[in-house]
Design a binder for this molecule. Structure first.
Ligand code: C5P
Length: 219
């Protein structure tokens, strides 16, 4: 079958990962979580990394190698051969990721890594700039959106289900702050590609959104 790239962009907590995994399983192709790449780099560099000078960053980046294996929800993204784990999945690391994501040197490094995975594999790729910058010629492009209240509620329920403490108001604040930084940065800001299909998921169920994506890729 011909190679295809499906992009799913959107703000924090909108359900991109859930949808990208399900769609990748349906299409029997790998799923690429590009947020996990920014998170893993932020995690490795440590909290103060965005104050680093370019030479030190270049040196650190040269030691990073991302690889991808498996398909659907069994896709495994690894950094230097080690699968990226749950330690990056906190809102705090999300904010570190958003901070390092403003740096052109990091975006340019990950652009090369993401595009080279796209040359090797068909992908469902999710992030902030998949349809606009990384894969402008993608086969299908989607932009998922939802109100910040609804996205905070989803995150809150997710944390509760995992038995973790959660504060709805704090989550709302954190998500709004991260979105604001992601939408307003100079390089590759969060926005829908002109040719993306935008789906407002605020009042939709997961099966509804999945169906809309499947209908979209069959068109
Ligand atoms: O999607 P996730 O919440 O894991 O992304 C973490 C952060 O990484 C985002 O808030 C954003 O700043 C950055 N990111 C990005 N471009 C992408 C994916 C993520 O700038 N393609």
């Amino acid at each position: 079958m011909a190679k295809r790239i499906v992009t799913i962009d959107g703000p924090a907590g909108v359900g991109k990962s859930t949808m990208a995994k399900q769609l990748a399983r349906e299409l029997a192709i790998p799923y690429l979580d590009t947020g996990a790449m920014f998170r893993a780099i932020a995690w490795k560099l440590g909290e103060g990394s965005w104050e680093w000078d370019e030479a030190r960053l270049d040196e650190a980046l040269a030691s990073f190698d991302f690889s991808l294996s498996g398909v659907g929800e069994d896709s495994v993204l690894a950094l230097n051969g080690v699968p990226i784990g749950a330690e990056i999945r906190t809102e705090e690391v999300g904010m570190w990721a958003s901070n390092v994501a403003t740096l052109p040197v990091i975006r340019s490094f990950l652009k090369t890594a993401q595009q080279s995975l796209g040359e090797r594999f068909s992908l469902v790729a999710e992030g902030r700039d998949m349809g606009t910058v990384i894969f402008p010629d993608a086969t299908h492009k989607f932009f998922l959106d939802a109100t910040v209240e609804e996205r905070a509620r989803r995150r809150y329920r997710q944390l509760q289900e995992m038995g973790k403490d959660a504060d709805l108001e704090l989550l709302k604040e954190q998500i709004a702050k991260r979105d604001d930084q992601d939408r307003n940065r100079a390089v590759a800001p969060l926005k829908a590609a002109d040719d993306a299909v935008t789906i407002d998921t605020t009042t939709l169920t997961i099966p509804d959104v999945f169906q809309a994506l499947v209908d979209g890729v069959q068109r």
